[in-house]
Design a protein around this ligand. Structure first.
Ligand code: GLU
Length: 386
């Protein structure tokens, strides 16, 4: 392999923690790390996104997974994280390589400066041949500012490092076309459009935070950035290389042929919104043709944003059309759109082109992007552990 191939691996809590005793599953870790060592020898650069911190800390805080509240989980994560990393460190040494911990919060992806900073850190570790182990910093994140599940956190890492492959290891063989308890259910071995299966997958796992739905959302994000994604059972010998070599059944989500750029994915796959604009019918109809958004195009606005914040752009029916960076503060934007006939320079007191969002700072939101929000589970739920 001449150029290093980047592989992001996500491992769910159910594989790392014994379900009854909530203790580490060292045998699984050994199988995983041995396989990673082999792939590293073959020239892969591997980044591991590992869950399990909360599950491995619950005993210490005296709570069972089904009874754990937010605060219990935050305390459990603080206890479980060093335990987990220590185990990885020791097993890594057994197979001859080093690991390092990178704990992230939502802002490390959504704030562009922090995004670049995180990317530099991960790249720097890879340059020294150290495997980054990434997790959300659960102990300090609150509901509003968290990614919430490691499936999407790992997908965001895959986008960030422009990974070639992304493997989600879980407790089932992959995605089924309906609830797997149905005897007619079949494993979906290959798919392009994850949205076809969303209804069959709603549900969450008992130990981890995600379920099959968040795995599909994660796959969608990675596919759109040109990354081949696999959802596979972790309970196998050589759990990763057997998937990459096509030696066992799993769900392969084919990468999009025309992937988004890093910049496009940064704008589209995000959770926090600083503000929004609703466009006139005419402006909405011509938005995709390549111009900027002028103040005459804006019917209404919402939010208290600053210059450079991300705005969501809607048509009058509430359909999201695009996202872009605001050239003005909310106050300036309000002044401009409420006084459309006055020269912008006079209104703001400085020379300006008065484009609310410049063309080059905007990305159209295509149908192929699934929304971030997690719909509520239904009775047809399809579970996956972690
Ligand atoms: N960050 C959580 C942990 O380490 C796991 C989140 C998830 O299961 O997706 O326990």
């Amino acid at each position: 392999m001449d150029k290093k191939t980047r592989l992001v691996v996500k491992v769910g809590s159910g594989l790392l923690a014994n379900a009854d005793r909530l203790t580490p599953r060292f045998a699984f870790m050994q199988r995983l790390m041995e396989d990673i060592a082999r792939l590293r020898d073959e020239g892969y650069q591997v980044i591991l996104c590992s869950s399990g911190a909360v599950a491995l800390g619950l005993n210490a805080v005296g709570t069972r997974p089904e009874d754990a509240g937010v605060n219990d989980k935050q305390a459990a994560a603080a206890f479980g994280m060093p335990l987990l990393l220590n185990a990885y460190k020791q097993v890594g040494h057994e197979f001859g390589f080093e690991i390092a911990q990178v704990l992230l919060t939502l802002g490390d992806f959504e704030d562009h400066r922090r995004f670049l900073n995180t990317r530099n850190t991960v790249n720097r570790l890879l340059k020294s041949d150290i495997m980054p182990i990434v997790n959300e910093n659960d102990s300090i994140t609150t509901e509003e500012i968290r990614v919430g599940d490691n499936d999407r956190l790992a997908a965001k890492i895959a986008q960030m490092v422009e990974a070639n492959h992304f493997i989600i290891l879980t407790g089932v063989d992959g995605l089924y076309d309906r609830n797997p308890s149905d005897p007619e259910a079949k494993l979906v071995e290959e798919l392009r459009d994850v949205s076809e299966y969303i209804d069959a997958t709603k549900g969450t796992s008992t130990l981890g935070t995600g379920g099959m739905l968040t795995k599909l959302q994660a796959a969608n994000m990675a596919q759109n950035s040109g990354c081949e994604t696999y959802i596979a059972n972790g309970e196998a010998d050589y759990p990763l290389s057997s998937v990459l070599r096509g030696e066992r059944k799993c769900t392969r989500c084919i990468a999009h042929e025309q992937p988004d750029t890093l910049w496009q994915t940064w704008l589209t796959d995000r959770l926090q919104m600083a503000g929004s604009l609703v466009l006139t019918e005419e402006a909405a109809a011509t938005l995709g043709q390549g111009g900027p958004i002028h103040r005459r195009d804006v019917m209404s606005m919402d939010g208290e944003f600053s210059r450079g914040d991300v705005l969501h752009i809607y048509d009058r029916t509430g359909t999201e059309l695009a996202r872009g960076l605001s050239d003005f503060t909310a106050e300036e934007t309000r002044t401009l759109i409420n006084n459309k006939d006055f020269p912008a320079d006079q209104l703001l007191g400085y020379q300006t082109h008065a484009e609310i969002i410049r063309h080059e700072n905007m990305v159209m939101v295509e149908d192929r992007h699934l929304p971030w929000e997690t719909p509520t589970p239904t009775e047809n739920s399809q579970e996956a552990v972690g």
